[in-house]
Each structure stands twice: as C-alpha cells, then as structure tokens.
Design a protein. Structure first.
Length: 567
C-alpha cells in the first residue's frame, strides 16, 4: 500500500498531469488524484480537495497560512467534476454502498469516499495522489493526514516475521500489545536541545516502558531505555509507555544504530534490517586550526552515527581523514553541518570517485610465506581459486581443504588475510567486490607455522590469483534527471553525451523538456555550474546513484597510472 505526493509544484517544468500519467504508465499503478493543483511553477497557489470540493489557497511563502473553503475557480470546475467522477468510480469497486449510490446518481458523503479509498489503498490496488511544494510547506499537512486516513495500521497487515538470532529459526510476532516486545531502530539523531542521542524506533509487537531494559538482537547486548519521547517535529512529549504500532524516540541507548532490532530479552527476535548503499565519492578533509582538530573527531563520529551512508576513515599512507558519501551535494551538506552545528571549520580536497575492482575469469593463486633462518621461523602455504561472483554478491569465502593439509585452527587466519588483501585490489588499489575465493590446498610446518604466517600466505595467494584473473575497474553510474526550457534541449543532451552519458528518455512538460540519463560520476563534477552557464540558470537537475559498471579500458589505465604515481 502506498500514497504518492507530486512535489515541487512551484519549480520550473512542474507538470502535475504529466507526472500523474508517468506514475500510471511507468509504475503500472492505478493512481487516483484526491487533489488538483491550483496553478503551477511560480503561480502555484494551493490545491483543490476533490473529496470536500474545497479550494485551499496559501497566503504566505512558508505555507503556514491558508484560506480554506474557497469556491473552486471557474476555469477548473469541469476538470474537478471529471476527476471527482473518476475518484468515485474507482472507490465504488471496493464498496457496494457507494456503487449503489453511484449508479443511482445519489450524493456520496466525504467520509464514505474516504472509507472506500482506504479499502482500495490497503488492498494495494489504488494509489491516492496528492500535490504540493514541500520546501515552502505547501501541501505537507495533508500528506500526514493521508498517512492516517489511507495507509494500513498494524491491525491491517500480516504478522511480522524475523529469526532467532542464535539458531536462525523463524520467529513470528503478531501485531498485539500482549505479544513479546519487538521494535526496529530506523533513525539516529543527535538532539540539538541537549538530551543526547535519540534513537527513533517503531514498535512491531508488545509494549515498552520507560526505564526498562531490552536486548539489541543485532549486537547481542543489553540496552536500558532511559526516557521515551513522542516527537512532534521540534516538540517532544515524555511518555511512560508505547504500544504496538507506535513510533517514538528513546534516550540513553549506547550501542544501537540504524537498522538494529530491539526486543524482549526472554523472547529474542531479529527483524529484517535496512540495507544501505556503499559510498561512491570521497574527500580528504583537514581542520583549519588546532581547536578544530580537537572537535573534528567528535563531529565526524556523531554525523556518521546519524547517517549510515556517510563513512569516515584514516588513510594509512598519508594520515589524512577521508570522508565518503553518496555524492558531491551529500558531502557539501556534511561539511556545512560540521561548521553550523559543531563549529568545526575544515579544508577539503578534490572529490575522489570510489571505484571498485572485480575479476573477469577464474584463476588459481598460490601464497607461500617462509622465513626459516635457524631458530623458530615462519611457514604458511595456501592455494586458492578466485572466480567472479554475481553482481552485488560482495565477497564469499569457501573452505575446501581436505585431509588436514592446513590445520583447522589456521583457516580463520587465511580468511582474514584474504579479506584484508581484497581491500586493495591489484588493478589500481581499490576494494575488490563480487568475488568468490575458495581455499583448496596448502601445507604447514609443525613448528614454524603460525596464524600470522597463514594470514600473510592467504593475502599473497589471493593477490596472485587476482593478477591472473583479468582484473578490471568498476565505476559508479548516476541516474541524472534534467529539466530545462525547450530551446536548451540540444545543448544539454550534447553535453550529457560528451560526459559519456546514456540518454534513457525525454518527455515534454509544456514549454519545458525533461531528460533522463545515466552518467558516470567521474564526469559529473562541476555539472551544476556548467548547467547553470549553459541554460542561463533556467534548468534544474537531480542526481542519484544507480549502479556500478565496467570502466572503459583506456580510462581505467589512466586511473591505475594515477594511483601508482600517488603511492
């Protein structure tokens, strides 16, 4: 079940009806508008509620003041009648009473339409569509009302399934206050009002009291719930207890992060976690002063706790602090927050693309680490087979050593060496992904072998195998959406093509054109400035990560040469 919100109705190229048609054709959804916009682009004033037949017009720029119950504009009455007729016709399929009144051409109450629309939405057949301009707070409140009115409550959905964190056995929790407690932490926020770290969670079963203890099933550690807050934007309300279906924030949790499961200690369950994409861009930063240096670590730690797609590490060779994120804008916002919220001023380097490496074919690798000079030496010998995995499979390790060729206690050391080795590939030193490494053979010395020796041998073996397996570079590809006046279409498309872009499609939006393309991230640095110059500031664009793809050979070689020169 879902509802749709057509946003940015105040932006250049805004087209409610074109977007509505796109939802229907591209998503195959039976999208039913329950609002129609009054005006668009700079003339967007508000909306018409098709259920109440009222016009809501905003009278200030921030959307805090509106005048309700206005008459429908004369030029829109036929359009309103048509879309309201379509709404009632769609809802009638889920309510016999409405169907009877519809056929008899009787008046149908607003609450009846709402109830029928809810049934159709919960069934996953109808998708109510609203509109607005969120940045200007126009149309936001009706979205919250629509969530309550049309989306399923806990009583409307099946029991939640998870697994026992120790045995992996299936566990089921009914949406009932009397079931054992289970909840999912979905957001971490550092409270600006000084309360500390807030952990937002949604209760799937049971109830939770302030001051009680729960188990974090994701880490196996106990957490004590200090206070429980019900959040109302920047306002908060202390509550003693929350129940099934509630969303609240807990104060005092120390080890819980986004995606962790909280549950009753006596009835553990691990719910499905949240999967986050890997960062695609990195920047080196350094504090401007010694005072900034002291605060930098704390600021980065808090920001990374809040945002799972933001990562921080220290370059072992240069000692630089590297921050990673999902794009230029993402990192710009992080650096701006460091200055605004933590008073940390930092210099930043040139953005670097987060390339990955992979292999094209199967190959065998041998690693032999021998240091024997009279006394107790070092001896480790491992042989592996590396082969490409499915895209997105990550790293898979298999142990197929037989007849005790390598003692069992040394197998984890071999795997550890392999895992460390694939963090710096052989093509250009980037992490290796989508690879399966099988340990097939080896040998040991009864006196000189050690965990350290086999760790080194594992690292040497996988490096040897990757050299023979045709390593190549993967680069992040971004999905780019550009809206511009029609006269700039040729220039924009030509520019995207020059950036190795692949045009996915175009569609007209009145006097504007919308171009969708995929473009390598490496070609998109500085695009905002170029687009502004190319279109006299009359175009807008958005960009998000799409996938990783093989980089052309000549460009990959250039990246490899650059990385070798840097090291």
């Amino acid at each position: 079940p879902r509802i749709a919100f057509i946003n940015k109705m105040d932006r250049i190229g805004a087209d409610f009806y074109g977007s509505l048609n796109s939802i229907r054709t591209r998503l195959g959804a039976r999208a039913i508008p329950i609002q129609l916009p009054i005006g668009s682009e700079a003339n967007f004033q508000g909306y018409i509620d098709l259920l109440s037949k009222e016009a809501i017009v905003y009278t200030d720029d921030l959307g805090t003041k509106s005048t309700e119950s206005l008459d429908i504009p004369a030029g829109m009455q036929d359009l309103v009648s048509q879309y309201r007729h379509d709404l009632i016709e769609a809802v009638a399929d889920f309510d016999d009473g409405i169907m009877h009144k519809y056929l008899e051409e009787q008046d149908i109450a607003e609450e009846e339409i709402k109830a029928g629309l809810r049934r159709g939405t919960v069934a996953g057949v109808l998708v109510p569509v609203l509109c607005g301009a969120a940045l200007r707070n126009r149309g936001v409140q009706p979205i919250l009302d629509a969530v309550v009115d049309y989306l399923p409550s806990p009583a409307d959905v099946p029991a939640v399934e998870g697994k026992d964190p120790k045995t992996g056995a299936l566990e089921v929790r009914e949406h009932d206050d009397n079931e054992p407690f289970s909840a999912l932490a979905f957001k971490i926020q550092m409270d600006p009002q000084g309360v500390g770290k807030l952990t937002f969670f949604r209760v799937y079963s049971g109830r939770l009291k302030a001051g009680s203890s729960v188990m974090n099933a994701s880490t196996g550690k106990r957490e004590r719930i200090g206070r429980i807050l019900r959040m109302h934007a920047i306002r908060r309300e202390d509550v003693d207890e929350v129940f099934t279906g509630d969303i609240a924030a807990a104060v005092g949790l120390k080890v819980t992060t986004t995606g962790d499961t909280l549950c009753d200690e006596a009835h553990p369950i691990l719910l499905e976690s949240i999967t986050f994409p890997e960062p695609v861009i990195s920047v080196a930063i350094e504090p401007k002063t010694k005072v900034d240096q002291e605060k930098l670590g704390m600021a980065l730690q808090r920001l990374s706790e809040e945002d799972p797609t933001f990562k921080v590490h220290t370059d072992e060779e240069t000692g630089q602090t590297i921050i990673e994120g999902m794009g230029e804008l993402h990192l710009e916002i992080i650096i701006d927050r460091m200055l605004r919220e933590f008073r940390v001023d930092a210099n930043q380097g040139k953005p670097q693309v987060a390339y990955k490496e992979a292999i094209k074919r199967e190959a065998k690798g041998v690693g032999r680490f021998v240091r024997q000079t009279g006394g107790k030496g070092q001896y480790g010998h491992a042989e592996v087979v590396v082969r490409p995995g499915e895209r997105g499979s990550g790293f898979i390790f298999e142990d197929k050593v037989t007849q005790g060729r390598i003692p069992r206690e040394y197998i984890p050391a071999v795997e550890k060496g392999i895992r460390e080795a694939i963090q710096t590939g052989v093509a250009a030193g980037y992490p290796v992904v989508d690879i399966t490494v099988t340990l097939v053979d080896g040998s040991y010395h009864p006196v000189d072998s050690s965990e350290m020796a086999f760790q080194v041998a594992g690292s040497m073996a996988v490096k040897d195998g990757m050299h023979k397996a045709q390593p190549y570079l993967l680069e992040p590809i971004m999905k780019v959406d550009v809206v511009m006046p029609e006269e700039y279409l040729g220039d924009v498309m030509g520019d995207l093509a020059s950036r190795r872009g692949h045009i996915l499609g175009m569609e007209g939006r009145g006097t504007s054109q919308n171009v969708k393309a995929t473009v390598p991230l490496a070609e998109m640095f500085g695009y905002a400035t170029e687009l502004r110059s190319m279109t006299s500031g009359r175009a807008t664009y958005s960009m998000e990560f799409s996938h990783y793809a093989e980089m052309p050979g000549n460009l990959a070689e250039a990246v490899g040469r650059r990385e070798k020169a840097r090291s």
